[in-house]
Every structure is written in C-alpha cells, then in structure tokens.
Design a protein around this ligand. Structure first.
Ligand code: GTP
Ligand code: MG
Length: 452
C-alpha cells in the first residue's frame, strides 16, 4: 500500500491518507474476480454438511404432541403413547434423518413423557431443565476440548420448545406458568394451544388474549419471530400477533373439495358451529380452521435458522457465561483490565493450591488432636486396667489365704480323726484278747473316745 501511495497521483495519496484513518478503503474492481460466489460456497458447504434441528415438545400426556410432529413433518415417527402412571418425567429423544430436495436434516424430537402427572410441580419441570442444561454442558465440553471436532459433533442443544397448552378456554395452569418461567432463559419457547378443535372460535380468541396477558404479567419471555430482517419483517410481525398458535393435529388425509388435506373427521356431520366452515371435518391445513399452517411456516420455512442462531448466541451463551464465571473465569480483573486466560488459570491454580495447603494444615492439626485424644483415652484405660488388676490380685490373695486356713483346719481335723481311729483300733484289739466281760467297759471307753 505504501508503494501504491508513492507511485499514485495527489488524489490517490490523499485517499491513502484518509484510508489510514478509516482502516481500509474501497477500491473499484476493473473486472470480475469471483468472490461474489462466497455465499454460494457457503450454501454448498452447509448443504453438504446437512443441518440439524432439535425440538422439545412439552405438554401433558395425550395432548397431541406426537400427532402434531407427524403432521408437521408429514411423516409417521414412531413413539409409544405414555401412561398416566409414570413415577417421574422422562425425556424421550428420537433422532431422524430427513431429506427434502437435496437438503438433509437431522431432526431430533424430544418428548416429555409423564409431564404433569406428578403431584409436586417441581418434579415435572426439573427433569426438563436438567435435560436442557445437560445438552449445553455436552456442547461446552466439546468446545473446551483440546482437539475439537465441532463440525462432526452432533449438536443436541434444544432449538425450540413447543409448549402444548390444554384447550381449557379458561386460563393457564400454574404448572404451565411455572414451567415456562423456568425454561424461558434456556430455550426458545413457542406456546401452542393443543387440540384447538375442542373450543369455539370466539372462545379461542378470548383464550389467546388471556394466555398472552398471563404470560406478560408473569414475566414469561416467549420466542418472538425476528423483525430485523427486512425480507421477513412483515410476515414475522404479523405472526407475532397470532401467538399462541392454536393447532389441530392429524395424520389422516381426507378429500376436501378436489384436494387431499390433513383433517379430522367426526361422527356428527357438520361442524360449522366451530369454524364457520360447511364441511364435516376440521381441515388441519386450512387457515380458517387453525393456526397449523402458520406454525409450520414460522417454525420450519421462515425461522428455523433464527431459532438455531438464537439458541447458540443467546441461550447457550448465557449458560456458557454463567458456567465459566462459576469456574472463576472473568473477562476483566477488578481494575477493569482485560484478564488473560493464562492469568485466570494461574490465579485459580494459586487459589486452589492455597486452599489445598489450608486443608492439609487443618487435616494435620485434626490428626494431632485425634492422636492426643486417643493417647489420653489409652492412658485412662491402662490406669483402669492396673487398678482392676490390683483389685483382682488382692482378692486372689485373700481367697488364697482363706483357702489355706481352711486347708490347715481340715488337716488338723484329719490328724485328730486319725489319732482317734488308731486309739480305737488299739482298744478293739485289746478287748478281743481280754474277753467278753470287758465288753461293757470297752464300750464305755469307746463311747468316751467318740466311736459309739
Ligand atoms: P403422549 O405421548 O402419550 O403423552 O401423548 P401425545 O401428547 O403424544 O398425544 P398423541 O399425539 O398420542 O394423541 C393422543 C390422542 O389425541 C390421539 O387419539 C390423537 O388422535 C388425539 N389428537 C391428537 N391431536 C388432536 C387434535 O388436534 N384434536 C383432537 N380432537 N384430538 C387430537
Ligand atoms: Mg406421544
């Protein structure tokens, strides 16, 4: 650029000086270079890679979640109906590879099995919040890896949450409000009134107004179709006013006029009362009957990319920021100077080492204290043992002495007995010699000696 400025005219030099101030200057091209094909290159690359889109259907059991998904994508996804006896909410995730023209879409549908069947509301929404966070966490872990393969990574973050509202015609249930409030900072919520063929058109209008006012008064942020892009601003602006969409789901195709349409047919002939339409059925794909087409247009045809973008730039960004702050990472230090990753790491490491040392010191002191206590305990036990031993020794000596005394007295008795016995034997032998006359005298002596 310097050489260019030196060799050019005065105007060129002036333009060069100006461009230095602005950072870069505009240079007209003499011919076609080809970088206008960049968008095409981008499109081709994206088409080759394919797209992924993840939908979370939250709604009470049997509200028509599976039917609506089948109707939206014009196919039959497998899925067992849930029972009302689930012990807790289970998030069932199924991924499908769809193809339309040459565009591939990896679609994941996550359904909340058993939602609303718990007595405690927290048991209903907590597993959903945890599931959404777990998908963010998995993506964050992939991002933080040294060897990242994000292009091959199956992004499971939820791009949109279709919140199914029961067609009560009254107001939102507290479970709906509390769940949407918990989810609104984590996912793009599009509320829809399910099975809207169950309420009349005038009731539906009032119900929509009621729901909108309740969402506003409770500070629930629902997804707004973007109006900053001129090409879709008008349609998105109009559609925002139609939220929440009232939908009817059906996979049944019926001939209406000369067209095959997805519709619901009922045993009672006409249904004009509900939708002022002289047909014996609710045509799902008829905008006079329900907002199904609006939902399909807004969700799939117009705003799918914005939903993906919002998920990444708003919801995931918030999760990532909170998580990194929790881990001690900051962009600026207390003096508002930028904080480098290295410095943060060093600071965190030092803090960790300090804590470790403190813990070690505490453990050492605790150990010494415990040893001292144990020593004192052992000494006390030893003293007690000594005392017990002395007591037992004394007892033993006393017993021994008593036994010895007893033995001595018994020995004396035995000796006396022996003497008496010898004397008696002597007398007996003398008696046998002196004859029977003496018997009386001997008996008398024997008696004296104690033998009779
Ligand atoms: P679980 O997965 O078991 O929680 O149910 P789900 O929410 O997936 O509901 P599902 O799509 O299985 O529909 C339940 C019943 O409602 C089926 O008999 C459907 O035919 C019926 N159904 C679905 N959508 C509509 C609708 O828009 N209007 C009416 N009247 N019935 C519907
Ligand atoms: Mg289902």
């Amino acid at each position: 650029m310097e050489a260019e400025a030196n060799s050019g005219s005065l105007e060129d030099s002036w333009a060069f000086i100006q461009s230095l101030g602005e950072g870069c200057r505009t240079v007209p091209l003499a011919g076609h270079v080809g970088f206008d094909s960049l968008p095409d290159q981008l499109v081709n690359k994206s088409v080759t890679q394919g797209f992924c889109f993840n939908i979370l259907c939250v709604g009470e059991t049997g509200l028509g979640k599976s039917t609506l998904m089948d109707t939206l994508f014009n196919t039959k996804f497998e899925g067992e109906p849930a029972t009302h006896t689930q012990p807790g909410v289970q998030l069932r995730s199924n991924t499908y590879d769809l193809q339309e023209s040459n565009v591939g879409l990896k679609l994941t549908i996550v359904s909340t099995v058993g939602f609303g069947d718990q007595i405690n509301k927290e048991d209903s929404y907590k597993p959903i919040v945890e599931f959404i966070d777990a998908q963010f966490e998995a993506y964050l872990q992939e991002e933080l890896k040294i060897r990242r393969v994000l292009h091959a990574y199956h992004d499971s973050r939820i791009h949109v949450c279709l919140y199914f509202i029961a067609p009560t015609g009254h107001s939102l249930k507290s479970l709906d409000l509390v769940t949407m409030k918990k989810l609104d900072s984590k996912v793009n919520i599009i509320p829809i009134i399910a099975k809207s063929d169950a309420i009349s058109k005038s009731e539906l209008t009032k119900f929509k107004i009621k729901i909108t006012s309740e969402l506003v008064s409770n500070g629930v942020q629902i997804y707004q179709f973007p109006t900053d892009d001129e090409s879709v601003a008008e349609i998105n602006g109009t559609m925002n006013a139609h939220l929440p969409f009232a939908v009817i789901g059906s996979t049944e195709e019926l001939k209406i006029g000369n067209k095959m349409m997805k519709a619901r047919q009922y045993p009672w002939g006409t249904v004009q009362a509900c939708f002022h339409y002289p047909l014996p059925c609710h045509a799902v794909e008829n905008e006079a009957h329900c907002d199904f087409v609006k939902l399909r247009e807004m969700l799939i045809r117009v705003n799918m990319e914005d939903l993906r973008e919002q998920t990444h730039s708003r919801h995931y960004e918030l999760y990532r920021r909170c998580k990194l702050e929790e881990m001690g990472f900051k962009d600026t230090d207390p003096d508002s100077k930028p904080f480098s990753l290295q410095e943060t790491y060093e600071a965190k490491r030092n803090e960790f080492l300090g804590e470790l040392q403190k813990k070690e010191e505490e453990m050492r002191q605790m150990f010494v204290q415990r040893v001292k206590e144990k020593e004192a305990e052992l000494k006390e036990a030893e003293k007690e043992l000594h005392e017990k031993f002395d007591r037992l020794k004394k007892l033993h000596q006393d017993e021994k002495k008593k036994l010895e005394d007893k033995k001595k007295s018994l020995d004396d008795e035995v000796n006396a007995f022996k003497q008496r016995k010898t004397a008696a034997e002597l007398l007996q032998s003398q008696g046998s010699q002196a004859g029977g006359s003496q018997t009386l005298k001997r008996d008398k002596e024997k008696k004296n000696l104690g033998f009779l």
